[in-house]
Design a protein. Structure first.
Length: 63
């Protein structure tokens, strides 16, 4: 027979163990060129710039 818990794990102890299992909120910032919301450290999907440089052709032109 395998290992069986001797006592019930309380909801507080179970919750303390699972306290770091939540989903993290993604870090979003505004693009410096077109001011749209984008993920940090990634090319802007709307204008195609990264750190002020045109990387890819975007949907709209950068100002």
């Amino acid at each position: 027979m395998g290992a069986v818990p001797k006592r019930k794990v309380s909801s507080m102890r179970r919750g303390n163990r699972r306290s770091h299992h939540h989903i993290a909120v993604p870090a979003l910032v505004r693009c410096t060129q077109c001011r749209s919301i984008k993920p940090r450290h990634q090319v802007c999907p709307s204008c195609g710039t990264y750190r002020g440089m045109q990387i890819i052709e975007g949907k709209a032109t950068a100002q």
